[in-house]
Design a protein around this ligand. Structure first.
Ligand SMILES: Nc1ncnc2c1ncn2[C@@H]1O[C@H](COP(=O)(O)OP(=O)(O)OP(=O)(O)O)[C@@H](O)[C@H]1O
Ligand SMILES: [Mg+2]
Length: 241
């Protein structure tokens, strides 16, 4: 299995605040890589760098072996990056179906007809089949999360980046999200999944990266990371800069 994404020595500072210092990790083909770390560790900043919203101060990023550091947000999207946002903001006055079609047309320059076909396929995967004509503004939290995932899959997504899609959900709803991620993985899509809900990391990932003090402090099988003394120290606030 080759690497889909390779991140080397990545760093970013905001003024004097170094959020990422020297972050190195890789995502393998068809892997679900969980990302954990305390609040403010830089998890969302990492997704913003990967998708081109933020430019890093240092480091290299390659996607299927191609250096993407100078690619724009749109170019990365069309190369196969899809992402969800921590706070879903769908077009509230458009239907579920329309929201996904917009994602498909923008994300991959598909024709409208093709985008509609793709949207139907994704609506089924995301479990929104019975609500495709609902206005997005009428959806509850779980369905907003489903739509967020669906929108992120609407282009020719090869790498799906999830930012806390299980946050705020009940245990039963988390089971639904785990099932969606499993189906997406079964389609050959690689996934980076940031989450605080530990159950998702145990049950839904192949490996977990723990981010703290701007670095990779553990990246291994879920059981290994969860047992790691370094990871325990991070959550007890005992890690040193
Ligand atoms: N555009 C920005 N300008 C300045 N500082 C920023 C910017 N974006 C993020 N930060 C800072 O970077 C740090 C990391 O933020 P980030 O949102 O990545 O944390 P996180 O790991 O996603 O946390 P959480 O688990 O709470 O979502 C925070 O201190 C935040 O205030
Ligand atoms: Mg975040």
């Amino acid at each position: 299995m080759g690497s889909v994404l390779q991140v080397e020595n990545l760093g970013i500072s905001f003024g004097n605040h170094a959020v990422l210092k020297a972050l190195t990790f890789a995502v393998q083909e068809n892997e679900v890589l969980g990302v954990i770390g305390p609040n403010g560790a830089g998890k969302t900043v990492l997704l913003n760098i990967l998708t081109g919203i933020l430019q890093p101060t240092q480091g290299a990023i390659s996607f299927y072996g191609e250096n993407i550091i100078h690619k724009t947000i749109t170019q990365r999207c069309r190369m196969g990056f899809g992402r969800t946002f921590q706070i879903p903001r769908p077009f509230e006055k458009m239907t579920v179906f329309e929201n996904i079609v917009v994602g498909a047309v923008y994300g991959s320059r598909m024709s409208e007809a093709k985008a509609k076909g793709k949207a139907r396929e994704i609506i089924e995967i995301s479990g929104l089949g019975s609500k495709e004509d609902w206005f997005a503004g009428k959806l509850g939290l779980l369905d907003r999360k489903r739509l967020e995932i669906a929108r992120a899959l609407a282009g020719n997504t090869k790498l799906l980046l999830l930012d806390e899609v299980a946050g705020g959900l009940t245990d039963l709803e988390v089971t639904d999200i785990l099932a969606i991620v499993k189906t997406v993985k079964a389609q050959g899509i690689s996934i980076v999944w940031i989450e605080h809900v530990l159950r998702t990391m145990y049950e839904g990932t192949d490996r977990i990266l723990c981010l703290a003090e701007g670095r990779n402090i553990a990246c291994d099988l879920p059981a290994v990371v969860m047992q790691s003394p370094a990871v325990h120290n991070v959550y007890l606030g005992a890690v040193e800069a």
